[in-house]
Design a protein around this ligand. Structure first.
Ligand SMILES: NC(=O)c1ccc[n+]([C@@H]2O[C@H](COP(=O)([O-])OP(=O)(O)OC[C@H]3O[C@@H](n4cnc5c(N)ncnc54)[C@H](O)[C@@H]3O)[C@@H](O)[C@H]2O)c1
Ligand SMILES: [Zn+2]
Ligand SMILES: [Zn+2]
Length: 491
């Protein structure tokens, strides 16, 4: 099989290797369908991970299909789609029992895959302690949606979990690389008062502004003053440092208010200074990495429910036989690259982006900023009066942002589709919904993002409206609000 291999400092190469075999009854063999490249892989390449063993296959971010399991594996079986955890852990030792799986005392405990034992930038991977290291991917979650669950998303989830975020807090995240963005997604679930992302690269600032318009953004030079101006007590209540550059550690504690929590996710190349005289009286609590990646089941559930979506991070795709090029791109940070999906398609096959398979999307996508960023084939579907307009939020957004024409009838206008909801009961709405579904079927090249039509000023409830869309279950290009999906699923 093909396996991307660490040869010596500065040198990786794609090599032909034998397929891995079960070595222990607790092992599983996984056929890798999709893998990714992580900043830590670059650390190995640059020789700054002394534990990394020359000759090993690299890669510790992957999903795949279980090929074989050892006799003692109980939680997964052959044929199941799974995420693979970056960490190897026994589940029984003192540290595992307390969830500190990064410190598992097994000789291969912690980050071993793609570092001390063969990893997943290959066609197959052997996963030790498969009951701990593999998690089944729910039916409605695609491989691309699950790709980061075992590594950077687990890291973001862990960072947000240990940072003691309370409602109303000002949270500062330093660094909007892929790991910073995963941290941001998990912090959003904690409902803090506001999140500020500090980033130095303009392309990444734009990435945050485009995808997460509800988040405040600043650069490192203005960060301290900006954070103070956005905080009730002179600084951030929680700071999460995910940049790992020369000055970002200092920036982290400087922006924190007295008694704040400062979580250090970043790995530093150099020792950092803790200038205690300058910090005197700040009474900070520091928390340090690495990640305890033991929440993958919960993370997969959140992905399945549409509450976490890391797909925007996948900016590029390459087949495994072009992984060399993928590394060059990832390392150069050129072309707006965030993360690369490496597909095992067999030699020479080109890779097509997957289409949006999620049936539901979270309501937060309906912010005006998000809607104004709709892709050309995406259509915003809102409730209207018989003239195709009303004063409700969704219609106004459609009007102002992308060419819905006020009072020009129902149906498709620009990038919006109006469904009348304001002229009678639910029965009067039904024919318009049927007409809409027929229209969507006839236009498979368009994707329709349906808002909670009728549930705003028209005054209906989700329970009344959702059943009208039951037929849309079989329309892959109709994306319904999560609340509608849940109701339809239980019909
Ligand atoms: N603790 C863990 O277990 C764990 C897990 C995964 C990643 N990490 C670490 O997290 C860090 C981030 O990983 P990544 O993959 O997102 O890397 P990345 O290099 O892509 O992202 C870092 C971002 O920080 C920005 N940055 C640098 N200095 C800055 C400053 N002073 N102010 C604002 N922004 C600044 C960079 O422009 C970049 O966008 C790395 O240090 C990585 O090793 C740790
Ligand atoms: Zn990693
Ligand atoms: Zn253990």
């Amino acid at each position: 099989m093909l396996a991307y291999t660490y040869l010596e400092k500065g040198k990786f190469a794609l090599q032909e290797k034998p397929e891995p075999v079960l070595q222990d009854p607790r092992d599983a063999i996984v056929r890798v369908t999709l893998s990714s490249i992580c900043t830590s892989d670059l650390h190995i390449k640059h020789g700054s991970v002394p534990r990394a063993v020359p000759g090993i296959t690299v890669g510790h971010e992957m999903v795949g299909i279980v090929e074989k399991t050892g006799a003692e594996v109980k939680r997964v079986k052959a044929g199941e789609r799974v995420t693979v955890n970056v960490e190897t852990f026994c589940g029984h030792c003192f540290f595992c029992q307390q969830g500190f799986v990064n410190n598992c005392t097994d000789p291969n405990g912690g980050w071993a895959l793609g570092c001390r034992i063969d990893g997943g930038q290959a066609e197959y991977v052997r996963v030790p302690y498969a009951d701990q290291g593999l998690n089944r991917i729910p039916e409605n979650v695609s491989d691309e949606q699950a790709l980061f669950v075992g590594d950077i998303l687990a890291t973001g989830f862990w960072a947000s979990r240990i940072s003691e975020i309370k409602p109303g807090d000002t949270v500062l995240i330093i660094g909007a690389g892929p790991t910073g963005i995963c941290t941001l997604l998990c912090c959003l679930l904690k409902n803090p008062g506001r999140i500020i992302v500090c980033e130095s690269r303009p392309d990444r600032i734009r990435f945050v502004q485009t995808h997460y318009p509800e988040v405040l953004v600043c650069g490192p030079e203005t960060c301290k003053d900006f954070v103070a101006s956005q905080s009730a007590h002179g600084g951030a209540d929680v700071v999460i440092e995910v940049a790992g550059s020369e000055s970002s550690f200092r920036l982290a504690w400087e922006c924190a208010r007295p008694n704040a929590v400062v979580t250090l996710v970043a790995l530093y190349d150099q020792a950092q200074q803790l200038p205690l005289p300058e910090m005197y009286g700040k009474n900070l609590t520091f928390k340090t990495g690495g990640v305890d990646a033991c929440d993958c089941e919960e993370i997969l559930r959140l992905v399945s429910e549409g509450k976490i979506d890391t797909r925007p991070l996948i900016t590029h795709r390459f087949p495994l036989n072009q992984i060399e090029e993928a590394y060059q791109l990832f390392e150069s940070k050129a072309d707006g690259v965030m993360k690369i999906a490496v597909e095992n398609t067999g030699a020479g096959t080109s890779v097509r982006p997957e289409k949006n398979e999620v049936p539901a999307h979270p309501e937060k996508r309906y912010t005006p900023e998000h809607i104004s960023q709709l892709a050309p084939q995406e259509i915003f579907v809102f409730g209207s009066n018989l003239q195709g307009a009303h004063a409700g939020g969704a219609a106004r957004i459609a009007l102002e942002k992308f060419g819905a024409i006020w009072g020009q009838g129902t149906g498709l206008q620009g990038q919006s589709y109006a469904i009348p909801t304001m002229h009678g009961g639910v029965d009067a709405i039904k024919p318009y919904v049927d007409e809409f579904i027929a229209f969507a079927r006839a236009n498979p090249g368009l994707t329709f993002l349906v808002t909670r039509i009728g549930c705003g000023i028209a005054g209906f409830t989700d329970r009344e409206i959702a059943p009208l869309f039951a037929e849309a279950r079989n329309c892959p290009n109709v994306v319904l609000p999560e609340s509608f999906c849940q109701i339809i699923q239980n019909l």
